[in-house]
Write a protein that binds this ligand. Structure first.
Ligand code: ZN
Length: 441
């Protein structure tokens, strides 16, 4: 029988992540002859605007072919691995494992909601009851149910990329020993196939995390065969490599911003795209963030370009009232200090307005620019004294620096789901099958 398994909230700020637990499960299951992986393991990112979730959090799913008689056994194996992987600290993980025997349109909708809005635990609980999905909460809470359920709802992904994750043992601490020059060489050599490894403006390697989790390096790519080439190169330049795995993932697909909303329909914590007209001059706030208002036929909303978005923040300063824009991002709830705000992740300038500037007319005698002689009194030349009531102001159309086009943040501000420039217009990978080598051990 086919089986979908979803896992979430194994993460701990003290050194565990759900993807590592996923790699342990792959190692165990790949040794069992009766079990077949029907696809890569899935790493599913959900709405990045939901509070309480750590930024790096991702849920994991597996799509397996399992003999009926092995099902109970399998549940035990997986539950045991997760229990052993848990690290308990101040932030208690609330891991949940779900098992479902089929894909389901309602699960699919649940994934889409969890990707773009705030879903409640009670909604998730109602859904598992209705669909008769088995789940196990391994600790006192069920926070992981939402992610685990959404992860199996995501299978099979329509649009996807891959991530090679290389790990050290979770007990290892301290600086990761990786040849950074090698990482930069790899980025240069495979630039057409990899993304979000490096931020050139800040000269930071994004592929190497700094937290206590066991990830040594994560390389994102559109092609698992290329990831295997890269892995061989990287293995020579990093210390403490314990295991590696290639996940299929919704990262880099921009799928969280696919929903287009009218401004009046926007709710706190939504991820969405709006289409409207700039209705205020950009305001530069303390800290260098830029705020601008956008309206459509249903309402108006503040849009914020954080300084950290780098290039995008610079572009936002060039917007003018009347410019037509489409922009996507995450919605911050209103507070006593600000209204409902869209934190912009992507800006499409559809059309820029012409900016006119008016000048006093030139003196016909001496070619000097005249001055106003007072309200409704015409103009007077300050040089030769010429006066006239007939001259008209000169209107000059100023060229705009900002051109219509698509503007993205600097890579440093990318979120897991953000679509990098090189993937815009990309039609998806050619490699739709499971490559021979996709995990070790
Ligand atoms: Zn004059």
């Amino acid at each position: 029988m086919q089986l979908l398994i979803g896992i979430d909230d194994v993460d701990s700020p003290y050194g565990m992540c759900t993807t590592y637990a996923g790699a342990l499960i792959v190692e165990a299951l790949s040794k069992i002859e009766d079990i077949t992986f029907l696809d890569y393991p899935f790493l599913i990112r959900l709405n990045p605007n939901i509070p309480f979730k750590t930024r790096g959090n991702g849920a994991v799913a597996f799509h397996l072919e399992v003999p009926e008689y092995y099902y109970e056994n399998l549940k035990e194996i997986i539950t045991d691995i997760i229990k052993k992987a848990l690290i308990k600290g101040k932030r208690k993980p609330e891991p949940v494992i779900v098992f479902s025997k089929r894909e389901n349109a309602e699960l699919r909708r649940f994934y889409e909601k969890a990707l773009t809005s705030m879903v409640t635990l009670s909604y998730a609980e109602r859904l598992v009851d209705k669909l008769g999905i088995e789940y196990y909460a391994l600790e006192s809470g069920k926070r992981g149910l939402i992610g685990a359920l959404a992860a199996i709802g995501a299978v099979p992904l329509e649009e996807y990329t891959f991530e090679l994750l290389m790990y050290r043992n979770p007990s290892k601490r301290g600086r990761r020993i990786i040849n950074e020059k090698l990482v930069m060489d790899i980025d240069r050599r495979y630039r057409d196939y990899v993304f979000a490894n490096f931020d050139f403006s800040s000269k930071r390697i994004l592929a190497i995390p700094h937290g206590p989790d066991p990830v040594l390096i994560g390389i994102r790519s559109v092609n698992p065969l290329i990831l295997n080439e890269i892995r061989v190169l990287l293995a020579r330049g990093c210390k403490d490599l314990e295991r590696w795995i290639i996940y299929k993932t919704n990262q880099g697909t921009g799928v969280h911003l696919k929903r287009v909303l009218k401004i009046s329909a926007i709710k706190p914590y939504d991820s969405c795209t709006i289409s409207g007209v700039i209705s205020s001059d950009p305001l530069i706030l303390k800290g260098g963030h830029v705020k601008v208002r956008v309206k459509d036929e249903t309402g108006e909303i503040d849009c914020l370009f954080y300084r950290e978005t780098g290039f995008l923040n610079k572009v936002a300063r060039l917007l003018k009232p009347g410019d037509e824009v489409i922009m996507g991002g995450g919605v911050r709830p209103a507070s006593s200090k600000h209204g409902l705000t869209l934190n912009v992740e992507i800006l499409n300038v559809v059309k820029t307005v012409k900016v006119e500037k008016m000048y006093n007319p030139i003196c016909p005698n001496c070619r000097h620019r005249m001055k106003s002689a007072g309200r409704k009194k015409g103009y007077k030349c300050p040089k030769c004294g010429f006066k006239t009531k007939k001259a008209e102001k000169e209107i000059v159309i100023k060229g705009r620096i900002l051109e219509p086009g698509l503007y993205l943040p600097s890579p440093l501000a990318y979120r897991h789901l953000s679509k990098p420039r090189r993937l815009i217009g990309w039609k998806g990978t050619e490699i739709k099958y499971l490559v021979e080598l996709w995990h070790f051990p």
